[in-house]
Design a protein. Structure first.
Length: 212
């Protein structure tokens, strides 16, 4: 089970979270988010050499802007949270890993994902809201049993210390990782290291029980 911590913002906090050894760290390039890191390179952030993959999170940005930020911030992956079409995802996939996010609820039509199957590396399923993520709200994970593609997926949306054990019990062959964000914060963008550390231990314990 992979661990992604999203909404990173402050260099010192980024270093501390990276020391916990997550697999991915997410940086938000969406101006309406309180975790927005800015389009122009923050020298402290761009010069960080992290063991985790750096993910840039975008909402309906054009290809050239995203490509420029990939280069400026030396991103390893992009996460697309808007209405990006499969063709754009496929074009970005030639540059970096692509995670396509979808807000889901009990009426979500999983057939919508089929055109993206060969254009992305991962899906991310988040709670459907108007805020494009970071809501702290949970969706009904059991509806993911309606997902039958082979593209691996992350689960996001309101994951917390209190419910992480429950989500880890979800049995699905494509369940690849969890995305931790607002429920692990002291304030927007500032992660609570103690909460994350305890949750990482739970996940790593779960991983150790999986057949090799």
């Amino acid at each position: 089970m992979k661990i992604k911590v999203c909404g990173m913002k402050f260099p010192e906090n980024v270093r501390a979270v990276a020391a916990l050894q997550p697999d991915y760290l997410g940086f938000i390039f969406y101006p309406h988010s309180p975790r927005f890191v800015g389009y122009e390179p923050n020298k402290e952030l761009t010069e960080l050499r992290l063991p985790a993959k750096k993910v840039g999170v975008f909402v309906d940005k054009d290809f050239s802007t995203i490509k420029s930020i990939i280069q400026k911030y030396q991103l390893d992956a992009v996460q697309l949270h808007g209405n990006e079409v499969p063709e754009m995802c496929g074009a970005l996939k030639t540059q970096t890993e692509v995670i396509k996010a979808f807000g889901v609820d009990d009426t979500f039509d999983f057939s919508r994902l089929e055109p993206y199957a060969n254009c992305v590396d991962f899906f991310l399923f988040d709670t459907k809201t108007t805020a494009h993520g970071g809501s702290g709200e949970v969706f009904n994970w059991q509806i993911l049993q309606n997902y039958h593609l082979k593209v691996p997926f992350f689960i996001s949306g309101g994951l917390s210390e209190e419910n992480i054990e429950s989500v880890l019990k979800l049995k699905h062959p494509a369940f690849y990782g969890v995305d931790l964000n607002s429920r692990f914060e002291i304030s927007p963008g500032l992660k609570d290291l103690e909460k994350l550390s305890r949750t990482f231990e739970l996940i790593k314990l779960q991983n150790s029980k999986l057949p090799s």
